[in-house]
Every structure is written in C-alpha cells, then in structure tokens.
Design a protein around this ligand. Sequence first.
Ligand code: SF4
Ligand code: SF4
Ligand code: FES
Length: 524
Amino acid sequence: MSAVATLPAVKATINGLMVEVPAGTSILDAARRAAVKIPTLCKHKDLLPTAACGLCVVRNKGGPRLLRACCTPLEDGMEIVTHDNEIVEVRRSTLELILSNHPAECLTCGRNGECELQAIAADFNIRTDCIKRYVKDLPADRSTGSIILEFDKCIKCGRCLQVCQEMQDVWALSFLERGINTRMAPAGDIALAESPCVMCGQCSAHCPTGAIVENDETAAVWAALNDHDKVCVVQIAPSVRVTVGEAFGLPPGTNLTKKLYSALRRLGFHAVFDTNFSADVTIVEEATEFVQRFVHQRGPLPLITSCCPAWTDFMEKKHWDFIDNFSTAKSPQQMLGVLAKTYYAQQAGIDPAKLVVVSIMPCTAKKFELSRTEEMFASGFKDVDICLTTRELARMLKQSGIDFLALDDGAADSILGQYSGAGTIFGTTGGVMEAALRTAHHYATGQKLGQVEFAAVRGLDGVRTAVVDVGGAKVRVAVAHGLGHVSTVLARVRQFGVRRRKVSEESGFGRSRRPEGARRREGL
Ligand code: SF4
Ligand code: SF4
Ligand code: FES
C-alpha cells in the first residue's frame, strides 16, 4: 500500500462541490482535482510553494481572512470559495501592483508569448496601467554568455532561488536587500560569471517571466547561413528531437527526429549530423577508460562521468578533490565538433576555416562549453561555433515560414549522422551509464551484459544504484539525477572511504572491495 493511501482523508467542499483528498493536500491541488482553476504565479509544479505572489487567495466560509490556496492544506469540513467579486478584485489589485513594477516591453521580451505574467494579465483583461508604473531600470547581467538576468522583469516569486539552492545545490542566486528594495541577484551582488553559477539554465526554465532567459544566438546562425563564404553544418542532441514538438503544441516526448532533419536542411544547413553519433564515440571512450582503470588498474576509481558541462563546472567548483576520477572523454557535442572540422572537412573537401558548426542542445550550459577551455579548440579552430537551445531552434523554424509539422521525413548525413541503440539512450538520465556499462562489460569479458536492474535508494529520490557482475567481480553503479544528488552520492563515497571508484550524474561504475588475489584469479 502506498504512503499516500495510508493518510487519512479529509472531506470538504470547493465552490459547493464535495471533494475528498488525503490529509495535507493543499487547497490548490484539491481544487484542481475538482476541475476548479485558481490563478497562480509563484507556485510551480516541481517546487514547494513560496506563497510570494498572493494571486491564489480563496475564502473559507465564515473565516476571518483570505487564505493562500497554494500553501494552505484543505481541512475537514472547510467550505472553500475560489471565485466571488471580492476575491477576483483582490487578485486584480495584486496583479496591478505586480505589473506596476514590471517593464511594458512584451513585444521585445525573450519570453513574449511564453510569459506566465503576460498570460495571466490577459486572463484578467488588464488593458491599462491602473497604478503609475515604477521600474528601477537596473542594468541586465549578460556576463556569462549563456543566460541573461533582466532584474527589472523579476516579480520576486522565489522559484529560481529554490531551484538554484535546493534542487541544484549551487547557491548562486539570492534575494538581496529588504522590503520594497528586495531584488533577485547573484549572491554577494557580483556578476553571475563570477558566482558559483554553472549555467545549467534551470532557473531560466522555471522563471515565470523574462527575468532569466537564455542568450539568444539565432541572429548569429542566420548570419552564418546567409554568408556565401561559409559552409554551415548542424548537429542535434538526443533529447531535442523529443522536446521540440512542445513548441508546436505536441505532447512532450513526441519523436520528431526525421522531420527535424528535413527542417534543418530547409533552413539551409549544408549537412545535418546527429550528436548520437558522437554519443556512440563517447561510449567507446568511456568503456575503454573504465576497462583501463578497473581491469588494468591504470587510474583511480570510481570513474565519474557526465556529458553535461554544468556538471563538469559543478564538480570543478565543489568537488575538485575528485578531479582525478573524472573521465577524460569529451562531451558528445564537442567530439562531433572536432570530427566535423577534421574528418568531415577533409572528406568533403571543405576548408575547415570556412566551416561553421552549429549545435542544437537541451540546455544553456552547452553554450558555455564551446569555449570553456583551450581543449574546445582541438581541431585548430573553435570546434563548435554556435550553440542554440531547443527554444531558439523552435523560434528559427517559426521565423522561417517552414510548416514544420507538415514536412516529410528526412535523413541525416553519413557518417556523422549514424548511430547505434547505445547513442539513442543518451537522452535519458542513466542512459550514458547503461550504454557504457554494456560496452565495458563486453570489452572486459567478451560477453553480452544481461538486464541491468536499478533500484531506488531509500530516502533518496533521484539516486538509483545497481550491482553488476563483470567477470565475477561486483561493479557497483550509482546514477544521480540532477546536480543536487551528485553531492549526496559523493558524500557517501567519501563517508565509506571507498578507494576512489566510479560514480556519475548520468553514469558510473564502482567495484566492491575484493582481495587483490581474487581479482587476479578472475583475470580482472
Ligand atoms: S528571476 Fe524569475 S524565477 Fe527568480 S524570483 Fe524573479 S521572477 Fe521569480
Ligand atoms: S543557471 Fe543554474 S547554477 Fe546558474 S543561477 Fe541558474 S540555477 Fe543557479
Ligand atoms: S501561487 Fe499562491 S501565493 Fe503565489
């Protein structure tokens, strides 16, 4: 029986409708179950309520004051009213106050059409400035090149702080000052690039307004495509094909790989590559590295790896004592860039100086990765020139007049567009680990690995572990979802004093302690 099922139920009415929900359910969630929609601005489904905006107010019949539905549990016998003239007027006044501190720049804002504040103002039919507008005109922070902080557009909902501090365990953002002067800023009031920020973009993904947006580089891609002296090629990351559809009204997870190939060609790219190809190369590199360390004992364990540059930055800033345990393999984005500017340029007879490599990636940290160290220029040029997020690609497709969903299927170019099943599962958390583990097992034993059974770790959402038999030796694997859980896993590695073995955000191995003689006998 699930934990939820054992909770006592509470019975109450919402707008006269009888509802029965487990104790502890918020009025907001209970109302949703009864198909009653209460407006919200600060509450996000992934996050705890911050009760910051005041839009979700409701009345309990006979109660002395209005209640915030997002953070008030429904109680037995309550008679909740979500909409009457007074409640709607309170919400409207709250909204007008929020708007009075917000710039009226919707047409030029990076979130135009995707802004929760804009949508809610339209729902309330707010057409005029009822309260004199006062905007501080604070300069934006563009220091990272990946994300932009537009402080004036912040409505102080607190989502980004909760994400950065509690979900990602980075603590780059903070509220500074007090009262009317309260503002969101990098902690210590420094430039974001100087802060512990790892450019993961999660704050941007959760911000309800245009206060945190990705650095839009679509103009640079249009310029390269229109430059007759350049040859533009593109790569798409595994997850982009199943998320781009959301921008066109399709449900999350709709696979549009082949339409995407067609669309990218129509945009004018000379060749279309698939990052799944270099994901396969990554698997070969990582599996080889693991066998070197595990079987031949050339290098420390655990071997730690992820294809996420935010993770690399996080590890360097927070867990630098594990640097020797990092895999030395580059991310698939960067591997494909090098291969395009060397192997492909040579095969296609293109001067690599004229080749522009564009990548379409799921997160803003990939933008930062393009020039994070001199190793990102291994081809003798910048290996990947411009990185766009899925949102930016969707914008380009909409600008171009291409009816994306009506396109026929297309194909990627050979050979940098071909891939195996291992590359395909890169788009899912833990996919890297499973693919690398299978290949390493084959390299070490010559045998195929059977089903890997992962188990959730008690009390740790977001961490899964498995024990895999590799030639008679037990390899312990940990997969952590989200940066916050990386610290948890590494704390356990430190706590148990395991001689450095392999753990990862998206992949990892670890071998249980076995006597040296036993390992030799097993040939490992
Ligand atoms: S930046 Fe966005 S998410 Fe952060 S507090 Fe302001 S409005 Fe909320
Ligand atoms: S990009 Fe990530 S690390 Fe940087 S401020 Fe936003 S949530 Fe924090
Ligand atoms: S959604 Fe409840 S206070 Fe903002």
